[in-house]
Write a protein that binds this ligand. Structure first.
Ligand SMILES: NC(=O)c1ccc[n+]([C@@H]2O[C@H](COP(=O)([O-])OP(=O)(O)OC[C@H]3O[C@@H](n4cnc5c(N)ncnc54)[C@H](OP(=O)(O)O)[C@@H]3O)[C@@H](O)[C@H]2O)c1
Length: 263
């Protein structure tokens, strides 16, 4: 299976590329600056494209069986959050067209927190959450992973905990921590596990050894209801009728047959 990594030059994306190669996938790395592709494993095929420019994405999605999104627009404010974190996912899903592909989307712990200072300044949570919604209604098999704070774990914290409901919303590492390399492992394991399909979860680590049975971790989770906009236990604090019309239009355009109409 060809796996497209979107965000392949990032701190998580690079590790996803390595892990996917290690697990035997054929990896395609989407990069917007070829110079930044230096350092990616030579087994990865580099494709130049920019998720904010849909016309650059056709080659990237051609023939893929799966897409892992590890995009980030940190520092680019509301405009970046909408155009990259959200618009990037929308544009790649559109480029896929009717192609059946497994989707693994990384967002963030606390993504449903709308009132904290970070989201009020950047709207990054809201736009990442809207990207989750596009994936859920796309009709494609998906897993949505919301990691805690990258690499804030102590050296003895590798026991993975998969949580649901996004209840940890302090906006600091007390919400949860996890090693970047373990995030990449979970993202890649999600690609092929039936137990991970239609699941949304926060990913943090506690004191203890790393797991070796990822299927068991995924199996313990509740799936999202078919066609649902939000994760199964998320707070319903983003009503559709309060959403911008352009977001509702995107949902309707991407929505799979038989899903709920988003007007
Ligand atoms: N730090 C944490 O503790 C934490 C916890 C949970 C979630 N998160 C979130 O996780 C996300 C990813 O984190 P990270 O550390 O991997 O970020 P990162 O190192 O900044 O990587 C972001 C990736 O997105 C790519 N990208 C940005 N704009 C693009 C565009 N227009 N077209 C194509 N690719 C584009 C970047 O490409 P370039 O290399 O070309 O810039 C890079 O590959 C962030 O949004 C962050 O908010 C972070």
């Amino acid at each position: 299976m060809i796996v497209l990594v979107v965000g392949a030059t990032g701190s998580i994306g690079r590790l996803v590329v390595e892990e996917a190669i290690r697990q035997g996938f054929t990896v395609r790395a989407l990069v917007r600056d070829p110079a930044k592709a230096r350092g990616l494993p030579s087994e990865a095929r580099v494709i130049v494209g920019d998720v904010t420019r849909p016309e650059t994405l056709a080659d990237a999605v051609d023939g893929v069986g799966a897409v892992v999104f590890t995009l980030g627009s940190d520092g680019a404010g509301k405009v970046g959050a909408e155009s990259v974190d959200y618009g990037g996912v929308r544009n790649v899903l559109r480029a896929l067209g009717k192609r059946m592909a497994r989707i693994v989307l990384m967002t963030a712990i606390g993504v449903t927190n709308r009132t904290g200072a970070y989201n009020r300044a950047t709207e990054a949570h809201d736009w990442k959450r809207r990207s989750e919604r596009l994936v859920r209604v796309s009709g494609l098999p998906y897993t949505i992973v919301r990691p805690g704070w990258f690499d804030y774990n102590r050296s003895d914290q590798h026991r993975l905990m998969l949580l649901q409901g996004d209840a940890r919303q302090s906006g600091d590492p007390s919400d949860g921590v996890v090693a970047r390399r373990q995030i990449a492992e979970v993202l890649v394991h999600s690609l092929v596990s039936d137990r991970a399909a239609r699941k949304t979860f926060e990913l943090v680590a506690a004191t203890g050894p790393a797991p070796d049975d990822f299927d068991a971790l995924f199996a313990a989770l509740d799936p999202d209801p078919p066609g649902a906009l939000d994760g199964v236990h998320d707070r319903p604090n983003m009503p559709l009728d309060g959403e911008p019309q352009r977001v509702r239009d995107d949902l309707n355009a991407i929505i799979a047959p038989k899903s709920v109409h988003a007007s």
